[in-house]
Structure formats: structure tokens, C-alpha cells
Design a protein around this ligand. Structure first.
Ligand SMILES: [Mg+2]
Length: 256
């Protein structure tokens, strides 16, 4: 999950200013955590402390209302009795990484991913996007190879993962739909050589950079098993103490 958070933080300044290149500074003065991080921590908190996903995500989002939440999600946040609103966006795939560690079987991971998604993002595309990221993480952390992960995701989710990042980069535009950003995040992981390269690759296509890097980063951490220490240190300095407590607890109790 820290891999997802680092991706969000590094991508934070590139969502509004796409780079379309793998050469860019990882951190700048404006680098910050965004909504992806807030809700990833919320999902982790709900898992380790056995809380309701809907109530926990609602509470966290209202504690950090300026983290970059989208318009319709803001309405959901403000509602006293929030209901799923048919979103097919990537908002549930960006927060799902802890789910990939929570269970030891694919069906259990699939069910939990659906649960975390359907409290707000109950459109089949959004649920599928969250499940695809969670299952990719599950397969990666269980030692599956990239060809194995690619073929499983293609077969089960119907995503076209045969495109190259170079070809995507040429025409890719801002697209917050799950269908239009989850497969691209997975391709960035498949093409990468290590964690940092995965984040650079994900951001280089442009679009919703923090979220694409977040989704790609969650899988890449599970696969490469390590995130460079200087990246983790920098990112942790930008997180509130209550997030760090949940993150530490999640690694102790769930990731191990
Ligand atoms: Mg964001």
C-alpha cells in the first residue's frame, strides 16, 4: 500500500501538468498527498480495525476535504446518508491496494474489492477496476511472473494489455474512467524494470497521473518487494502522523 501512496504523492504535481516523459523530478515544493492516499489509508484502517468501509471512507474524506476529490464524490462526502452513485471512475481502484494483502484466496480478494468499491463506485466498470488492481497485487505478492499476471488479468477482466506505453503516450488524454486508466496502470507496471521506473512509466503517459501512478505503484511494490528508501523517507515526511500509525499497523498485522 505504501507503493500506492508513494505513486500518488509523486504524481500529485503531474496531474495538472502532464509531462509525457520519464525524465522529471520525483519531488518538488508542491508535492503532496492527495485523495488517493487519504482513501487508501481509510481502507487499510477499516481492514485492520474491522470498521465499515462506507463510514470509514466517509469520515476520512471529510477530514481532508481539499485532498483533490472529484465533483460527484464531493456530493457523496457531504451527504449525511451517502449512497452509491453509479460511478464508473477510477476512484475505487485508487484506494483498493490494501485489499490485495487482506486475504489468501482470489475469490476473497474479489469480494472485498467489490465491497470497498460499491459503497460509492457501484458501476460494474468501477468494481472491475478495483478488483483488477487488487488481484494484480495479490498475484504479484504471491510470486507470480509478469506474463502470468498479464494473462490472468486479460482473461478474467477482458483488458487489452498488449499495447505499449510508447503507443499509449502518443494519444492518451485525461480519462478518469476505470476502463480508461486501470489497464494503462497495469501496462506501466508490466513494462517497468523496478519500482521507481514503474512510477516514472505510469506518469509518463499523462492523464490522471497521481491515480495512475498510485494504481501502478501498488502492484509494483507487491512485485518488486521493495521501494527505494529515499522515496519512502521523503513521502513519509509529507504524511500526517495518524496516517503513519495506520500504515505501520497495516504492515505489522497484514503485510508481514
Ligand atoms: Mg488524486
Amino acid at each position: 500500500m505504501l507503493g500506492a501512496i508513494c505513486g500518488d504523492v509523486i504524481g500529485s504535481v503531474y496531474e495538472g501538468h502532464n509531462v509525457k516523459s520519464k525524465q522529471f523530478p520525483l519531488f518538488s515544493k508542491k508535492t503532496r498527498f492527495t485523495d488517493d492516499t487519504v482513501l487508501t489509508v481509510a481502507v487499510a484502517d477499516a481492514i485492520i480495525n474491522k470498521k465499515y468501509f462506507g463510514a470509514t471512507i466517509h469520515r476520512y474524506s471529510n477530514q481532508y476535504p481539499k485532498a483533490g476529490f472529484g465533483g460527484k464524490f464531493r456530493d457523496w462526502m457531504k451527504s449525511k446518508h451517502p449512497k452509491p452513485y453509479g460511478s464508473y471512475g477510477n476512484g475505487s481502484a485508487m484506494r483498493v491496494s490494501p485489499v490485495g494483502y487482506a486475504f489468501d484466496t482470489i475469490p476473497a480478494v474479489m469480494r472485498l474489492a467489490e465491497k470497498t468499491s460499491s459503497i460509492s463506485h457501484n458501476h460494474p466498470d468501477a468494481i472491475q477496476g478495483a478488483q483488477a488492481i487488487a488481484v494484480s497485487i495479490f498475484l504479484a505478492r504471491n510470486g507470480k511472473s509478469k506474463p502470468e499476471i498479464k494473462s490472468y488479468i486479460e482473461t478474467e477482466f477482458g483488458y487489452d494489455l498488449n499495447r505499449t506505453i510508447d503507443s499509449i503516450r502518443q494519444t492518451y488524454k485525461f480519462d478518469v474512467s476505470a476502463k480508461g486508466s486501470v489497464p494503462e496502470a497495469i501496462i506501466a507496471f508490466l513494462e517497468s524494470t523496478d519500482y521507481e521506473d514503474a512510477i516514472r512509466t505510469a506518469i509518463s503517459i499523462g492523464g490522471d497521473s497521481d491515480t495512475i501512478a498510485c494504481m501502478c505503484g501498488g502492484i509494483s511494490e507487491a512485485y518488486y518487494k521493495t521501494i527505494p528508501a529515499d522515496i519512502v523517507d521523503k513521502v513519509k515526511q509529507l504524511l500526517p502522523p495518524n496516517f503513519l500509525i495506520i500504515i505501520d499497523e497495516f504492515y505489522q498485522k497484514v503485510v508481514k
